[in-house]
Design a protein around this ligand. Structure first.
Ligand code: FES
Ligand code: FES
Length: 137
């Protein structure tokens, strides 16, 4: 049976970027997938002046697709503002990886959910949630 993953997915799985912890992170979230029970922890370090993500790390307790998505999504958010990071979706990450098999979509959703939760938590902690703005992304 052929391997259903793109070359990029395999590369990011074998050599994931931004794996680890940030001991003095501004936010740390752990998110679980209802679909498979796997988990991911994401750390963000944010410049309070510019609201830019200056560092991001993750630890995945999930599968190859989750690791590859987290790897590419952490690459995508580095240097972005929190508002820009909020807009990055699992589809952006999956596209950047050249696509994922449909059965593995929830794995990239898990990585994107962790990013969105981390950004929300940061905004909440710093009183930056605007009134009337939906808190879910
Ligand atoms: Fe996550 Fe199998 S259920 S790797
Ligand atoms: Fe659980 Fe992929 S099977 S994250």
């Amino acid at each position: 049976m052929p391997i259903p993953y793109t070359k990029l997915v395999i590369e990011h799985f074998k050599n994931p970027h931004n794996v680890g912890e940030i001991p003095d992170a501004d936010v740390k979230v752990t998110e679980g997938s209802p679909a498979c029970g796997d988990m991911i922890t994401l750390y963000l370090k944010i410049d309070p002046e510019t609201q830019r993500i200056v560092d991001v790390k993750f630890k995945s307790y999930g599968c190859a697709s989750n690791i590859a998505t987290a790897s590419i999504i952490t690459d995508l958010v580095k240097g972005k503002t929190v508002e820009e990071a909020k807009k990055i979706t699992w589809k952006d990450a999956a596209e950047a990886l050249g696509g994922l098999p449909p059965v593995k979509v929830h794995c990239s959703v898990l990585a994107a959910d962790a990013l969105h939760s981390a950004v929300e938590l940061y905004l909440e902690k710093n009183g930056l949630i605007k009134e009337n703005e939906p808190t879910t992304v």
